[in-house]
Design a protein around this ligand. Structure first.
Ligand code: PEP
Length: 248
């Protein structure tokens, strides 16, 4: 049986209070498509405000620290983002792997901390263009998955996002056949890592998904939803992706 589609907006470092109206617009579109799970991950400054604006709508964070507290200036623990109102968080996004030098072991520790705090996690994996050109994409992605994989993985709280780095924010999208091949490889790696529960773990595609290409991407086998950056900032752009998921 196919998994329920899951469409998640990653607002990155975008959004001030005035954008709370966009969260409200998106939540009301989601309300009309209850067969799709929808969430927005705004900057952490908007998490509490967003949960007050749209009670019951899923709001997530974009990262958290693996420690529960301590001398980590500028960082936030899983309990802190939960207290702000987040029900889940993105982890290991390629921008954090590149800018903050996060490695797989960090992502694994973060995922375990997030689960211990009762939150969901979306672990991001993806190859660079050089790695794809060198024929290493599947090995790189499956290696990241294995290294980032939490000990207590379960579909109830864990989601994987395949995001080719070269497709993020570029308007370039892989061929559907390449997405299919990668998602099948991730599924099979999940089976090797966790056995029976692997089929229920949702695998999202991320990288320049928009209202024009969402239907094709969401129809690919083993694509259980999308992690969306630029096209998630307004209801006008994000709505068609939610609608495509509902129709898929
Ligand atoms: C992302 O950063 O997670 C992402 C998918 O961005 P975009 O949709 O803008 O490519």
């Amino acid at each position: 049986m196919a998994n329920r589609k899951y469409i998640v907006g990653n607002w990155k470092m975008n959004g001030l209070r005035e954008q709370l109206s966009d969260v409200a617009d998106i939540a009301s579109i989601a309300e009309n498509h209850k067969d799709v799970d929808v969430a927005i991950c705004p900057p952490v400054t908007l998490i509490a405000l967003a949960t007050e604006t749209v009670p019951g709508f899923a709001i997530g964070a974009q990262d958290c620290h693996f420690a529960s507290n301590g001398a980590h200036t500028g960082c936030l623990s899983a309990a802190m983002i939960r207290e702000a109102g987040a029900t889940m968080t993105i982890l290991g996004h390629s921008e954090r792997r590149a800018d903050q030098h996060e490695i797989d072991a960090d992502v694994k520790a973060k995922a375990e901390a997030v689960h211990a705090a009762g939150l969901g996690a979306i672990i991001c994996v993806g190859e660079t263009e050089e790695e794809r050109d060198a024929g290493q994409a599947i090995d790189v992605v499956c290696g990241q998955l294995e290294g980032s994989f939490p000990d207590d993985a379960d579909a109830g709280w864990l989601t994987i996002a395949y995001e080719p780095v070269w497709a993020i924010g570029t308007g370039r999208v892989p061929e559907a056949s390449d997405v299919e091949e990668m998602h099948a490889a991730i599924r099979s790696k999940l089976s090797a890592l966790m056995g029976d529960g692997a089929d229920a773990v949702r695998i999202l595609y991320g990288g320049s998904m928009n209202g024009g290409n969402a239907s094709e991407l969401l129809a690919v086998p083993n694509v259980d939803g999308g992690l969306v950056g630029g096209a998630s900032l307004t209801g006008e752009k994000f709505g068609p992706i939610i609608e495509a998921a509902a129709a898929a």
